[in-house]
Design a binder for this molecule. Structure first.
Ligand code: PMP
Length: 312
């Protein structure tokens, strides 16, 4: 993501502690446990602009809300966010900014006040919105390395919690990969099995079947992963395998892709210098990329239960 593209995505208003405020006023103090210890949990989700319908669709809000509440519970932050609240706040903020293009949100809850490490409140909430289209070159795909940084483990810094603190691990891996000339990194678990990417889950196609690391592979329990597993089952009439994946299976895979709310579906065409398949995005990846796009934008009327309309 180029910094200027990122900057252009800025909007005028953000949501901060239950109010819509000008962009500049959504600030967290340096004395907060959020700042000092990374005590912040969040969700990253998207709203998709549908030009023909002049409509924006929020994708799978109840599932994101459920995961946010699970992160809050596991970090002992005393707050529950209802689906109605989350949906209402998102819609109000989009309407206030009069956004008519595809966006990404960070819906966060953070440890406010100036208490010590052991504090559990007060909890602040914030929503950042950014206009954000595709993040990667999906036509050509991306090149990844297997990181020498191992994924955080469930007994140290659980990836099941979507917390800001966890992303230092991803950041190490991403910066190292870029330093070494790759686009992104794939992290292994402490025991050397494939875990996930720096900001997305990983899927591969081997011998014609979709395979993805199980939810006990130190991954974030991804909503896009679930969407892809569902679309795959419906379109290919067979179940994806959720199992552990060896590093060398990646080298001989037919296809590999990342999936996530921000990333969407991103083909990986090379791992550690090994060409994947023909070195171009594969057929299963292409089909899932297209059907994912159709379902999130509402161009495919299936799975209406996954979308919430913002306007009208
Ligand atoms: N793993 C990590 C580390 C992530 O940051 C993300 C993006 N939120 C994902 C997986 C994908 O999760 P989701 O599909 O719910 O966005």
């Amino acid at each position: 993501m180029k910094p200027d593209t990122w900057k252009r995505g800025r909007v005028n208003y953000l949501f901060f502690n239950n109010e819509i405020v000008p962009y500049e006023q959504a600030v967290v103090h340096v004395t907060t446990p959020a700042y000092r210890y990374g005590a912040m949990v969040f969700e990253g989700l998207r709203g998709y602009w549908n030009d023909e319908e002049e409509q924006m669709y929020l994708f799978r809000v109840p599932e994101h809300c459920r995961r946010l509440n699970q992160s809050l519970k596991m970090t002992r932050m005393d707050l529950t966010v209802t689906v109605e609240e989350m949906t209402g706040n998102l819609i109000r903020l989009i309407r206030k900014n009069e956004i008519r293009e595809t966006i990404h949100f960070i819906y966060s809850a953070f440890l406010d006040g100036d208490g010590p490490m052991s504090s559990t409140g007060p909890i602040g909430t914030a929503i950042e919105i950014r206009k954000l289209g595709r993040m990667f070159d999906i036509e050509n795909g991306i090149r990844c390395s297997t990181s020498s940084w191992r994924r955080n483990t469930d007994d140290a810094s659980p990836m099941r919690i979507k917390s800001a603190a966890n992303y230092q691990n991803s950041r190490f891996a991403l910066l190292q990969a870029k330093q070494d000339g790759y686009d992104n990194a794939i992290l292994l678990t402490a025991s050397g099995k494939v875990s996930e990417g720096t900001g997305a889950c990983l899927c591969m196609v081997r011998d014609g079947r979709l395979v993805t690391p199980s939810i006990t592979s130190d991954i974030l329990e991804s909503i896009t992963r679930d969407t892809i597993i569902t679309l795959y089952r419906e379109q290919f009439d067979t179940n994806a395998a959720e199992r552990s994946i060896d590093r060398t299976e990646l080298y001989v895979a037919d296809e590999i892709f990342f999936c996530g709310s921000g990333y969407e579906v991103v083909p990986i065409v090379n791992v550690d210098g090994f060409s994947i398949g023909r070195g171009t995005p594969g057929e299963v990846t292409r089909q899932l990329m297209e059907s994912y796009r159709a379902v999130v934008t509402g161009k495919n009327s299936d799975h209406a239960e996954w979308r919430i309309s913002v306007y009208g």
